[in-house]
Design a protein around this ligand. Structure first.
Ligand SMILES: N[C@@H](CCC(=O)N[C@@H](CS)C(=O)NCC(=O)O)C(=O)O
Length: 222
């Protein structure tokens, strides 16, 4: 029997720089939905116009699924959680689920200093990068979130043995910590390394390394 076409199309952009694309893609992978990728070239002058056409918010990632359209990473996570509850994108326990949503929301709307000063860049490596006070504050808050989760739920993912939406939300931070050689205590460094070694992250990182372009103008939050 012929293999049926994927039901979903995920629009993303550069793998090296686009942290939101990475989050959306990881969540789709974790949900186990069949999807193909539409990749917008970040250096294509027409990409913005195409993006406007494809995504009412101008933003990626955007998921089209069975005639429905959803954009914004957390909206995509909530949508996939509804259609694929068996994939356990969120923890089973209600209080733990609330915790997972809270720290995912904190990443979604916060850490502006970290996001602007340490843009995701899988191909880059900047040892001895100067960490300013505002960024240090964001790093300390992230470390405290991770440590709280690892102690409460036992790791190796934030909410225990299996990955949840929160791990996808913080995965680009793990990549940033490696890119900018952010010094971490052993417990949180182990979490960073676990995420970097996680099979879908490895797959993404490999494809990011293979991207041809070095886009200086994208060395900003993206
Ligand atoms: N909060 C949004 C952020 C999405 C976002 O900022 N996407 C960037 C790419 S990583 C984008 O589409 N930028 C397009 C542009 O600036 O033209 C989400 O959760 O999806």
């Amino acid at each position: 029997m012929a293999k049926s076409a994927p039901k979903g199309v995920l629009t993303i952009t550069t793998r090296n720089y686009s942290s939101w694309s990475l989050r959306g893609w990881l969540i789709c992978r974790m949900a186990g939905v069949a999807f193909s990728e539409r990749i917008l070239a970040a250096d294509d002058p027409n990409a913005r116009a195409e993006l406007l056409h494809l995504s009412p918010s101008f933003l990626v990632p955007k998921l089209e699924y069975d005639g429905m359209e959803v954009w914004d990473v957390l909206a995509i996570a909530e949508f996939l959680n509804e259609i694929k509850p068996e994939s356990h994108l969120y923890p089973a326990d209600m209080a733990t689920r609330a915790h997972c949503r809270a720290i995912s929301g904190e990443m979604h709307q916060g850490f502006v200093n970290l996001r602007s000063a340490l843009p995701m860049n899988f191909k880059g490596h900047f040892p001895n990068f100067k960490i300013w006070a505002g960024v240090q504050g964001d790093i300390e808050r992230i470390v405290s979130i991770w440590r709280g989760c690892l102690r409460a739920y036992g790791g190796p993912f934030l909410f225990g043995a299996a990955p949840t939406v929160a791990d996808a939300m913080y995965a680009p931070v793990c990549s940033r910590f490696a890119t900018y050689d952010v010094r971490l205590d052993q417990d949180v460094a182990a979490y960073r390394d676990h995420i970097l070694a996680w099979a879908p992250m490895q797959e993404w990182a490999k494809a990011a390394q293979a991207e041809p372009e070095e886009l200086e103008e994208l060395d900003v939050e993206f």
